[in-house]
Ligand binder design. Structure first.
Ligand SMILES: Cc1cc2nc3c(=O)[nH]c(=O)nc-3n(C[C@H](O)[C@H](O)[C@H](O)COP(=O)(O)OP(=O)(O)OC[C@H]3O[C@@H](n4cnc5c(N)ncnc54)[C@H](O)[C@@H]3O)c2cc1C
Length: 388
């Protein structure tokens, strides 16, 4: 792994800076306040070729990797867009694009990848109310019926389901009590949306209000066999190739939010004087920001290492989990101390830090919770007994 960006990677960063210039914090403040989807931002991402960064050129994509995708996400986030800089690319390019690239057959790739590159939105239907973090306990079933599967169940907290034209849906095709082992019996499907058998209801939430997160009720949904993604019953092993890049995406988002918040806090701390000297000269404010900055840089190395492994087709689950823990903590500290630096202004909407605070809080809860990422590291990296 090289620490120097290639000319192509530098171009991605520069193009992301150009896009970000048109979508400043005020733009996101208004979108968040008015609960408005950022149509023009999504168009800009499509036009810049960002949605197809990891998609091979034969499908109209950029023919690069997850590493380059993360560079775009991180730059958009840290320049001005906050979590939105990562969010929309994660929903469509990671959930849709990478799932298909890793496990789609040629017909599925020919059908969906060119659409994804052109901005057809995707979402991921994994979480269920009664399973939560315990994915193997999902209750949504897909039952074979000739050349179709009939799906019934309920998903919750599904982001972008209100607009998506495609969903990667995780179901049980073999009941848990009949499966040879717990990790066998899950299957992935490509679902075309909207569909009358899929009822989507947005859930009110704490932040990221420019994008909806939804309850999804599925009732006798008929999915043709050709929409089975990868091998039946092996879905648990396949979906990890989507969940690991999702973790990496949220790692660059946490770091990017931290970089953005520190940048704004430093500007403020240099000019704000309350006892004669700039408040940034007080170590009580300066050191926590410096510490967060150091931790963000360390987390970035681990995140890009995990993407480098992913692009090489090597195991990256441990690195992705460790990067997520490190980045999420660093980003959280950075935004927290940025808010302290702004004092009372930090609590007002006008200074944006309160929005970034709402955004960075998500990354401790999703896509994998802080606790479950630590449990994974404890078991799989340290070799300790499974804690649950
Ligand atoms: C805004 C938002 C967007 C989302 N978007 C999507 C999406 O697009 N698609 C999708 O499928 N999901 C999505 N999710 C769901 C998200 O991935 C889950 O919320 C997350 O994985 C946690 O699951 P849960 O909420 O059911 O928590 P639970 O599983 O109920 O866990 C609750 C708490 O208990 C802790 N806990 C549980 N078990 C253990 C254990 N064994 N050891 C230690 N601690 C434990 C957890 O760490 C957590 O702190 C989204 C969530 C949010 C908030």
């Amino acid at each position: 792994m090289s620490f120097e960006l290639t000319p192509e990677q530098k171009m991605i960063v520069s193009a992301a800076c150009d896009v970000a210039k048109d979508f400043d914090p005020e733009y996101w403040r208004n979108r968040d306040k008015n609960h408005e989807f950022p149509d023009d931002f999504w168009k800009a991402l499509v036009d810049a070729g960002f949605v197809g960064i990891p998609v091979p050129e034969k499908y109209g994509g950029g023919g690069m990797g997850l590493y380059e995708m993360l560079l775009a996400m991180e730059t958009l986030t840290s320049e001005s867009c906050g979590l939105a800089g990562t969010w929309f690319l994660c929903l469509t390019s990671v959930f849709g694009g990478l799932s298909l690239l890793k496990h789609g057959n040629e017909d599925q790739k020919d059908k969906y990848l060119p659409r994804i590159v052109k901005g057809t939105e995707f979402c991921l239907g994994l979480t269920e109310p009664d399973a939560g973090t315990n994915t193997l306990n999902i209750q949504t079933t897909a039952v074979e019926d000739g050349d179709h599967f009939i799906v019934n169940g309920r998903k919750t907290l599904i982001s972008g389901a209100d607009r998506a034209k495609g969903m990667v849906l995780i179901t049980r095709t073999t009941p848990l009590d009949k499966a040879p082992k717990k990790t066998i019996g899950l299957s992935l499907f490509l679902v075309d949306l909207p569909n009358p058998a899929v009822e989507v209801t947005p859930i009110e939430k704490h932040g990221i209000n420019y994008s909806k997160t939804c309850d999804v009720y599925i009732s006798d949904l008929k999915i043709p066999r050709e929409n089975l993604l990868g091998e039946k019953d092996k879905g648990w092993y396949l979906i990890l190739d989507t969940l690991n890049p999702e973790r990496m995406s949220f790692s660059v988002a946490a770091g990017g939010l931290g970089i953005l918040a520190i940048k704004k806090a430093v500007e403020h701390a240099k000019q704000r004087k309350v006892f004669g000297a700039p408040i940034g000269s007080y170590q009580a404010l300066q050191f926590p920001l410096a510490e967060a900055k150091a931790k963000i840089e360390a987390a970035r190395l681990l995140t890009y290492k995990s993407a480098w492994l992913y692009d090489k087709g090597q195991p990256c689950g441990a690195e992705a989990a460790m990067a997520k823990v490190a980045a999420e903590e660093a980003g959280y500290q950075a935004v927290y101390h940025a808010m302290q630096t702004f004092g009372g202004y930090g609590y007002t909407v006008e200074y944006d830090v309160e929005r970034w605070w709402r955004e960075v809080n998500l990354i401790r809860l999703a896509p994998v919770t802080h606790q479950m990422a630590l449990a994974f590291i404890g078991e799989h990296v340290l070799g300790l007994p499974k804690s649950y």
